[in-house]
Each structure stands twice: as structure tokens, then as C-alpha cells.
Design a protein around this ligand. Sequence first.
Ligand SMILES: NC(=O)c1ccc[n+]([C@@H]2O[C@H](COP(=O)([O-])OP(=O)(O)OC[C@H]3O[C@@H](n4cnc5c(N)ncnc54)[C@H](O)[C@@H]3O)[C@@H](O)[C@H]2O)c1
Length: 287
Amino acid sequence: MSLKGKVAVVTGASRGIGRGIALQLGQAGAKVYVTGREPKNKIIINDPKFPTLVQTAQEITKRGGQGIHVYTDHANDDQVKALFDRIDAENKGKLDILVNNAFAAIESDEIYQFKKFWEYEPGFYDLLNNVGLRGHYVASVFAARLFVKHGRGGLIVNVSSVGAKKYFLNAPYGVGKAGLDRMTADTAIDLKPHNVAVVSIWPGPVRTETVLKRADEDTSEFAKGLVVAETPEYPGKAVVALAKDPKILDKTGKAFPTSFLGKEYGFKDIDDRELPVNQEFVELLKL
Ligand SMILES: NC(=O)c1ccc[n+]([C@@H]2O[C@H](COP(=O)([O-])OP(=O)(O)OC[C@H]3O[C@@H](n4cnc5c(N)ncnc54)[C@H](O)[C@@H]3O)[C@@H](O)[C@H]2O)c1
């Protein structure tokens, strides 16, 4: 079963997990709208050393889907509304999948300072949760309006983390991820009568460009752990499996580790590794 004919949006897809998810959706045949901020330095757009939104869209098309890049700053509600208006107009209201992934803090140096919450300025909370939690809420509002108006069902996947259930990185990271999983649970209740499922995924450590660059400069246990980490496309395989599941509404409102979904749906990472189910995550989620 392919995703040909399906229309998807992946937010924050110029690099990292968003890019990995967008590429897998494209490989499965979907039309994928990918979002990210417009680069300030136009010269890098065609430089293969710098992952860009345009390159993600091109790679989606190369793999058999249709990639469309739409420069969108997810801190700007008007731009997000314009994105969904465009999708509505270009697809006669058809939208099947929204993946809420854009996240502003991983690229900032501050997050790696591992300070106590009061040692950061209050605005640190906004860096973690404006494009993250709030931006995911805003995109969900506009996507839900399309899903409900056109009555064809749908799927929202929220990219969450173990930070939803235990201390990870810093206090506002956990607040945002716990809020996101709660958003998954509560928006799922509102959307279930419209056959729209909402699911959170928890990747394990992922070998994104940013994380690998940090790991090069780092000798911590976290950096060593990356040897067994997921590639950015493994969460993408999880999203594709969820999108193909005819019983997806059985999962609505809940969070799932990507490795748990790998076992359940029988997919491997793109380098052919079968990732062990993360038992700590499974216990935290009481799956
Ligand atoms: N990397 C990991 O190991 C890991 C593990 C579990 C969960 N996660 C979660 O996955 C999500 C993505 O993380 P990542 O590691 O891929 O981060 P990343 O920094 O590599 O990628 C974030 C993406 O969001 C985009 N973005 C940032 N600000 C934006 C804005 N204002 N508007 C539009 N796009 C914007 C970036 O351009 C980029 O494409 C986060 O929610 C993170 O918590 C990451």
C-alpha cells in the first residue's frame, strides 16, 4: 500500500527529524508540503553542504513523491494560516497528514548549557515552546479546520519526546513535551468524531546533523549513545506506518516510542538495523 494521492505537511523539514519524516512520506508516494524559514543567506540555497528546504523538496520528488517547499516561520500565525489556505486551494481542501515537528531550540547554544531553570532568562521558555508547543497548536487548528470542513478523516502526528514524562535537557523542554502529549490526548477527543487520529511519537536519540555536530565536540554518555541512535528517517518510517494503518483510530490520543512502532509494524531503520524496543519508554507510557 502506498501513500500515492495523500497530501501531507511536515513542519520544520529543512533538516533533522522533520526532513527524515518528509523524505519517507515522499518515498511512500505522498505529496508533501515541507516548511521552514526562508534562509537569510540566499547563497547557501544551492550549496549541498547546507541542508535546505528546497533540497528536501527536490529529494522527495526524486524518491517518487511530490515535494513542495513553502517558506513558513512557525512563530508567525499569519504565515501558518497562509500555508493551510494554499494547501486548501491547491488540493480542493484535501489534507491527509500533518506532522508537527518544527522546533527552534535544538540549534541554539543555550540548550547545551544545561542550566537550572532560574539561571536562564524567562525568554528561554519561549525559545523552547513558541515554535514548539504553541506552533504545533496553531498548525493543528488550521489543519483541523480543513479535516472537519472536508470530512475525509486525517492524521496528526506530534513529534514529542521522553521529556514528556521525565526530566530531559531542562525544565521548559519537559513542560513543552508534557503539554504536547496532553494536546495529543485532548485534540484527539475533539477530532475522533471526524475520523481524525492524533498521535505523539517519541524518537530515541536521533543522529540529526545538529546532534552529530555536537557529539563531535562532546565525550559525554549522550554522545557515545548516538552509536545506537536512530537515523532521522526512522521516525519517518514510523509516520508512514501510522498513515497506512487502517485501524489508526485505535491509537488516537496516545504517545508511542518509534522503536515500539518499529516492532509492531515490522519496519527497520534505513541502514537495515532492527532497533531494540526502548523498554524504559514503554514502561513510562504503560504500553
Ligand atoms: N534529535 C533528537 O535526538 C530528538 C529525539 C527525540 C525528539 N526530538 C524532537 O524532534 C523535534 C525535531 O528535533 P531535531 O533534532 O530534528 O531538531 P533540528 O534543530 O535539527 O530541526 C528543527 C527543524 O525545525 C526548523 N525550524 C526551527 N525554527 C523554525 C521556525 N521558526 N519556523 C519553521 N521551522 C523552524 C529548523 O529549520 C529545522 O528544520 C523536536 O521536537 C525535538 O524535541 C529530537
